[in-house]
Design a protein around this ligand. Structure first.
Ligand code: MRU
Length: 353
């Protein structure tokens, strides 16, 4: 039986990312490529380092890369000097294509910088950019907390949530989106446990979600991706809760590859399928899932899991990092504004108005 109660203290667990100091300060991130074996906090001292950290998934998860990129604009413009704002923003926005939070945060930074009066000093520009990045960071924290509060009401007093990839504190400033729902429900005294699927090829479920849940005292059971149908069919799961990288205007949801498969299985077994995401994950300029750019990544992620060869040399590989779950599979979307049941174009427009 899942245990109840508040999260266990996380003594010694660093935050996903942090800015230390003032305008001459440093962006630090927890290196997620090394979890769960090693807790390493690394400084990202220049634009190339921030770009590389986002590309390599040192920092990952849609909201977290948005916040990292916001600080990355500060670092990049500080380094490159006057006249660099547009170029720095373009570089960071292109680091990964699917998570709209990245472009959203960078565009906020660009506008904040461009909004300064002509003739403002470079020092004033960096100060203004840092102020805006801190705001993006604080808003992300607040949004995740509110998502948890709203989503917790959807969970039973006792039960089990299945999640895919990592949409937890590691993927955001803190709390997470999908896992925020679990944490908030448990703080409210609900006895909630988690099934985490491995999430191949990069194992965010095994390496990150399982680790994060254990750090916070949440009972978690790890399954391989192929066992999702089995646990759903056996009635072991009360609902699925996942995060999102981009939600189109019609409610189609891009998330880590494999999410669509989970949604089909949830539908087959009549298990509610919830998506938890801040409003910064919606892209109303994107009409539907067919228009969401899907990142394709290095074939070696598939052929060499954890750096070990697991496929014949020279085999052809297709490695999309995300997939699209149609809105019709989504029972509800939980945002910081509340719960939107059976999302469609009109409902989303009203929810975000
Ligand atoms: O490639 P990743 O690890 O950045 O993919 C992350 C996901 O797919 C998450 O589910 C999504 O970004 C939501 S995080 C709150």
């Amino acid at each position: 039986m899942p245990s109840a109660g508040a999260e266990a203290p996380r003594a010694g667990v660093p935050r996903t990312l942090e800015w230390e100091g003032g305008e001459d300060g440093t962006l630090f991130v927890l290196d997620q490529t090394r979890l769960p074996g090693t807790l390493a906090v690394v400084p990202l001292a220049d634009l190339a380092a921030v770009h590389d950290a986002i590309r390599r998934l040192v920092v990952r998860g849609a909201p977290a890369i948005g916040v990292a990129a916001a600080y990355g604009v500060v670092v990049g413009v500080r380094e490159a000097g006057p006249g660099s704002l547009e170029g720095v923003c373009r570089t960071l926005a292109a680091a990964r294509p699917t998570a709209v939070n990245l472009g959203w945060a960078v565009e906020r930074m660009r506008r904040a910088g461009a909004g300064l009066p002509a003739g403002a000093s470079h020092k004033a520009l960096v100060a203004r950019l840092l102020e805006e990045a801190r705001r993006v960071h604080a808003e992300d924290l607040a949004m995740c907390e509110a998502i948890g509060r709203h989503g917790a009401a959807l969970l039973p007093e006792e039960g089990t949530v299945l999640t895919h990839c990592n949409a937890g504190a590691l993927a955001t400033s803190d709390h997470g989106t999908a896992l925020a729902v679990v944490y908030a429900a448990r703080r409210a005294g609900k006895r909630i446990a988690v099934y985490a699927d491995e999430t191949r090829p990069l194992l965010q479920g095994a390496r990150l979600t399982a680790w994060e849940c254990m750090q916070r005292g949440v009972p978690v059971t790890l399954i391989c991706d192929g066992a999702v149908g089995t646990v759903l069919g056996q009635g072991r799961v009360d609902c699925v809760v996942v995060g999102a990288d981009r939600i189109a205007a019609n409610g189609d949801v891009a998330n880590k590859v494999g999410t669509y498969t989970v949604s089909v299985l949830a539908r087959e077994h009549r298990v509610p399928f919830y998506v938890a995401a801040p409003s910064s994950t919606f892209d109303l300029g994107c009409p539907d899932g067919d228009h969401i750019p899907i990142e394709e990544r290095d074939p070696r992620e598939v052929t060499h899991p954890l750096g070990q060869r697991a496929a014949p040399d020279g085999v052809r590989v297709y490695n999309p990092a995300f997939d699209v779950t149609p809105a019709s599979h989504v029972t509800a979307i939980v945002t910081e504004r509340g719960v939107l049941h059976r999302p469609d174009r009109e409902g989303i427009r009203r929810h975000l108005a």
